[in-house]
Design a protein around this ligand. Structure first.
Ligand SMILES: [Zn+2]
Length: 442
């Protein structure tokens, strides 16, 4: 007879909300969690697979909320942004499948796409759903909606001579009609989350306090997206862009550099979610500040020639933004802003698979308790995916998206970084990884 239930015995339970509870039994039946109780309260039935965890931690699968599925093909990630034009769509799609599997095998059982080219995210989501690609539960991101001539519009910015047209990762459009149409086009292609570029800055460039779209353009896009049941996420790396995006009803504020009290108020009023994504800034600064700019100034530019003095000035402004934002993000979290994890993975200084480094940054640099960061990575991420009642926590009736970890991430979150420590991963009750004792039956 087939195994009836899986019984994880003597787990150090990290349920996604509360402090760790040692000596807990978690039962999985089919794709769901059927029981969570102290060991003594659950009796094993015939045909149950009983797995003694002997104090290993059992936690919900994590959610990666800023996922560039096909980043990582070429480029050094410092001199130029990825535009989805660096390799053929087929190659980028295979890269996306590989990155999705990497995320799942790192314990991320859910992911939300950010900007991507060639409808790759939609295809990725469908391929995962059809079962021939292994990956997390997925919400597909769109192209990045940009205004004419801005940083990412290579058709009309200082790279106009490349004659790239508007293919690839960006979709340049203007005016209320143009922005409304963009939401409808991306929704029509099957995207779940419409990504927009609200203002310049973040990571390698300082925050500039301007908005790319007009308020009317922004509102038209958000209204059209919401009417069609889609979420909107915004690259919003300045005070003004955060404020206006929150006020316009944008659901996900990416980066949020230079967030302040007024922004926090607007975000709380709008019930928006922030993706701090601060690892890219930290890694860039570590690299940029260690370079000899006299010798290498062109190699670290934003794609346009800059003198070593200009490069240094830019880097010191990025440093200033980063230091400010480190403190401001702690205040925002304390004020109750919903935060999630996810960053610009797919560049050599941020390879896919290195996801836990971001969590460590929030613990070590921002001084936030590991348990709180685990909530960001599990419960908050699931809420953002629209799975607030279904995933993100270990509770009776929820989906069995689970990770068994050697170590206690509520004490040392870094234990999640070593994949050897991830002894088992389940997605909807299906084993993705199983390095546990086979367990007695009955
Ligand atoms: Zn991004």
């Amino acid at each position: 007879m087939a195994t009836k239930r899986i019984l994880f015995r003597n787990a150090n339970l990290i349920d996604g909300t509360n402090a760790a509870r040692p000596g807990t039994t978690v039962a999985v039946e089919g794709d769901r969690i059927s029981e969570v109780a102290p060991d003594a309260a659950v009796e094993a039935g015939a045909h149950d697979r009983v797995i003694p965890l002997d104090g290993l931690s059992l936690m919900p699968g994590m959610i990666q909320c800023h996922f560039h599925s096909h980043f990582g093909a070429f480029g050094d990630g410092v001199t130029a942004p990825s535009l989805g034009l660096e390799a053929a769509p087929g190659y980028l799609s295979m890269l996306a499948a590989s990155n999705a599997e990497t995320a799942l095998r790192c314990g991320f059982t859910g992911a939300i796409g950010s900007s991507n080219a060639h409808v790759i995210d939609v295809s990725l989501k469908e391929a995962i759903g059809a079962g021939f690609v292994s990956g997390p539960r997925y919400l597909a991101g769109s192209r990045e909606i940009v205004t004419t001539g801005e940083y990412s519009d290579y058709s009309n910015n200082r790279n106009f001579f490349m004659q790239l047209g508007s293919t690839g990762l960006t979709y340049a459009t203007d005016g209320v009609d143009g922005w409304r149409l963009a939401a409808r086009v991306e929704a029509g292609r099957g995207c779940d989350v419409i990504k927009i570029s609200a203002g310049p800055g973040h990571g390698s460039s300082p925050a500039v306090d301007v908005m790319y779209p007009t308020i009317d353009e922004l509102r038209a896009l958000v209204d059209a997206a919401h009417t069609l049941g889609k979420r909107v996420r915004a690259h919003a790396p300045s005070r003004t862009s955060i404020l206006e995006c929150a006020r316009a009803g944008v659901d996900i504020i990416d980066h949020a550099d230079r967030i302040d009290d007024e922004c926090v108020e607007a975000i709380l009023d709008a019930d928006a979610t922030v993706v701090p994504s601060m690892l890219w800034s930290e890694r860039f600064l570590d690299l940029a500040e260690s370079w000899d700019h006299e010798a290498h100034y062109l190699a670290i530019s934003e794609g346009f020639p800059e003198s070593p003095t200009e490069v240094r000035r830019r880097i010191s402004k990025v440093r200033e933004d980063f230091e400010y934002t480190c403190e401001a993000m702690v205040s925002a979290a304390r004020a109750g802003v919903r935060m999630v994890v996810g960053d610009d993975y797919g560049t050599p200084i941020m390879p896919h698979g290195d996801y836990v480094a971001e969590l460590e940054l929030y613990v070590k640099r921002l001084g936030i308790a590991p348990l709180q960061i685990i909530r960001w990575a599990t419960r908050n991420g699931a809420e953002l995916m629209g799975l607030g009642d279904e995933a993100g926590m270990i509770e009776r009736g929820r989906l069995a998206d689970l990770v068994v970890v050697a170590g206690d991430p509520t004490i040392d979150i870094a234990c999640l970084a070593d994949r050897e420590n991830l002894r088992a991963i389940l997605l909807g009750g299906e084993w993705i990884k199983d390095r546990l004792p086979s367990g007695a039956i009955g």
